[in-house]
Design a protein around this ligand. Structure first.
Ligand code: BDR
Ligand code: CA
Length: 305
């Protein structure tokens, strides 16, 4: 069994990613750490617990960072709704996280070491804080698959930057500047795995608890995409693809690159390949450049209805 820890900001496509991860027969989801991102951490924490309940999965969840390392965060609710779930979730009772996410993450790395894959589908604050607290973990964990960044395509927040990177660029800089074994699942590939109106309609019609529960928020996400990105034929399955890449590495073609995160204000959050290998810099990231989108979409639907 492949051991997987997810770090999420649930978030509609995070919710789909969690549901997908719980459905994979060769994956054991050992825990989920949550952070702010598309909504405050209180929401992403409870959304995560709710999705696990829909999926009937008993997985430990821990609440993590409330804000970026050095910046503030405001929420527009435009793509994921003000509650992170397309305003579909309704009231949920207060939930208490028993342990800080960062401590849990470090504990899991110590427990599973190179057997563990971390899939991060959120701003990288929790991971950066874990590195600061226990720097040795960077050489212990097996793999870190990050949904974030863009090398060959434009960003989705600015023309340069992708959301998970630009929300906390300092954290991303720490993570990419470490020796963690990173695979980057950026917009270059996630914009190729699109969920369509027809797919969501199918979920609504089916007598499947998980698909049916997730259909209303996915509809919200799809509508937001239609408005913001009318040239795309659906909404991007960013975070589910990161889980897919972690579970099936041969879904994608990767190229080793030396990725830096720009901190200059005019290109903030850009993930740049250092073509010139300034100094003696070696590639630090496997960047996904091609994806077998058909294979991924088939498996995704097969697993979650
Ligand atoms: C990333 O930002 C969020 O909107 C998604 O959940 C995904 O993790 C895409 O840029
Ligand atoms: Ca996310």
């Amino acid at each position: 069994m492949q051991k997987m820890l997810m770090d999420v900001d649930t978030g509609i496509d995070d919710a789909l990613a969690i549901a997908y991860a719980t459905s994979l027969p060769h994956v054991e989801l050992v825990g989920i750490t949550t952070t702010y991102g598309m909504a405050p951490v209180e929401y992403s924490y409870r959304n995560t617990c709710k999705v696990l309940e829909y999926a009937g999965a008993d997985v430990p969840v821990r609440k993590g960072a409330e804000k970026p390392l050095q910046r503030s965060r405001t929420y527009s609710g435009r793509i994921h709704g003000t509650d992170g779930m397309g305003n579909t979730l309704g009231p949920v009772k207060d939930m208490v996280s028993t342990q800080p996410a960062v401590d849990f993450m470090i504990e899991q790395i110590y427990q599973y070491k190179s057997e563990l894959t971390i899939v991060a589908t959120a701003p990288l604050t929790n991971l950066a804080l874990a590195i600061a607290k226990a720097p040795e973990i960077v050489d212990m964990v097996g793999r870190v698959v990050i949904m974030g960044g863009a090398v060959m395509t434009p960003g989705n927040v600015t023309k340069f930057a992708e959301a998970n990177i630009i929300i906390d660029p300092e954290a991303a800089n720490i993570v990419f500047g470490s020796t963690l074994p990173i695979t980057m699942v950026g917009l270059d590939v996630t914009r190729k795995t699109l969920l369509t109106t027809r797919d969501v309609e199918r979920w609504k019609e089916k007598d499947d608890k998980l698909g049916k529960s997730l259909a209303p928020c996915t509809q919200f996400y799809l509508d937001a995409y239609k408005e913001l990105h009318p040239y795309l034929q659906g909404c991007a399955l960013h975070d589910p693809l990161a889980v897919g890449v972690a579970a099936y590495p041969d879904l994608v073609q990767t190229v080793p690159m030396f990725i830096r995160v720009d901190l200059e204000e005019d290109a903030l959050g850009r993930t740049t390949e250092d073509l010139y290998r300034e100094g003696s810099a070696q590639p630090n990231t496997k960047v996904c450049v091609q994806v077998d989108a058909d294979r991924f979409m088939k498996d995704f639907f097969h697993r979650i209805g």
